[in-house]
Design a protein around this ligand. Structure first.
Ligand SMILES: [Zn+2]
Length: 81
C-alpha cells in the first residue's frame, strides 16, 4: 500500500472538475492499493483506491477545508495529442 499526497488546488474549473465534498475520513474507501492524504493536514481522504479512478475531481477535506486533487501524473490530459 502506498500513501500519496494530493495537490493543493485553488479553485477547480467547474467545467473540467467535479468538486467532491468529503464528509467523513476517509471519504472514499476501496480495494485498490493507493491511499491519498490531504496536503494540508495529512488526513487520509481516499483510502485504498485504484489510482486513475478519481482524476478530474477536486476534494474538500472535512478536517481543514482545503481543496485538493490528484497529482498531475494521474490526471488525464485535457486533450489527446
Ligand atoms: Zn485537511
Amino acid at each position: 500500500m502506498t500513501i500519496q499526497r494530493l495537490e493543493f488546488v485553488d479553485l477547480p474549473d467547474p467545467r473540467a472538475t467535479t468538486l467532491f465534498e468529503i464528509s467523513t475520513i476517509p471519504g472514499i474507501s476501496g480495494k485498490g492499493d493507493t491511499s491519498y492524504e490531504c496536503p494540508s493536514c495529512n488526513s487520509i481522504l481516499l483510502e485504498n483506491i485504484v489510482s486513475p479512478d478519481f482524476t478530474r475531481i477536486a476534494f474538500r477535506c472535512p478536517a481543514c477545508g482545503s481543496l485538493s486533487q490528484m497529482p498531475d501524473k494521474h490526471r488525464r490530459a485535457p486533450r489527446p495529442v
